[in-house]
Ligand binder design. Sequence first.
Ligand code: DOR
Ligand code: ZN
Length: 361
Amino acid sequence: MSILRIPGPLDPHVHLRGMDWSHKGDFATETAAALAGGYTAVLDMPNTPPETARPQALARKRRELDRTAHCDWGVYYGAHPQGNLETFPEAFQGVVGLKIYCNPTTGFMYMRSRTREEHFAAWRDHGLVAVHAEEEEVAAVLELVDRYRIRTHFCHISTRTELDMLREGKRNGLPISAGACPHHLFLTELDLPRLGSFGMMKPPLKTQADQDALWEALSDGLLDVVESDHAPHSLTEKQADEPAWGVPVVETTLVLLGTAVDEGRLTQDRLVQLVSTNPRRIFGIACPPNTWTDLRLGLAEPDMIAAANLHSKCGWTPFEGHRVTARVERVSIRDTLAMAGGRIKVEAGFGRPVVQQRIGT
Ligand code: DOR
Ligand code: ZN
């Protein structure tokens, strides 16, 4: 058994919900889940109503996070399919980047390619763009990156084909980075008969060959980050005739990755890069002093993941029953013990907005 101390793990991709979707999760419950899962900071996506695509909605989200978040936080602005270019200058101050949805998914922010190009180009002097792009949309966005040279992060990469396109893009010197999610790393489409709608998300679960390619790319550095894409939905919504897309995973990502270290599938150094050093460099977010997570590795008696022990409001996990040999022991944020032994030690509102400096390459 050993303890791996990770400097300020940052999850650059969560859907905390709150506001009009507080029945799925709220800023207090979902940041508690992040903290219990070992994250000291999270970056929240814009597709929850009222969508973070207008300065007023952005201000409201920031106010509510400020009052109720347990861990540190940042928010994305969203490109809106109806067009919100004119609001960009006002939004820039309060966000870590622009999110563009290039495929349909939860919410109403899917943007077709023509409008997409204008919004992509307009963010040029404002920092980083993160894209939801699957398969051929990865190729389409790479063309835009080539044309406009904007720092672009490709979220939740899930197939070998996508990885091949990104490898080529990196080889050509494009300013890009890419992330993979725990569900694509630890589940495949073969889990679907067992999981049913609880295994449905966008991008969907893929083949074993795709998963193998993701693990290779984690080790060889093509993938820069592991991001959870934590996306809680209520049990009723998941069991509906048309189930909602998305899985709540922020609380189990680090223990799953720690277990992969124990199994020799990932080195400790690489784990630290994927969940801390790289996301912090890419998004330009420095780690505050005395901010770290102690991850115990090599548990003699594995823990079993169970929704009953998790903090997310939604009350279920796609990893129910998974055995893990890693456990999050303690989290310190700015010299305050924020979580220990599964218990949250700080009040709602303790979390601070992240401080973004120059974004990295
Ligand atoms: O499965 C997903 N759920 N994928 C997304 O892109 C969005 C997310 C959500 O917000 O529910
Ligand atoms: Zn997402």
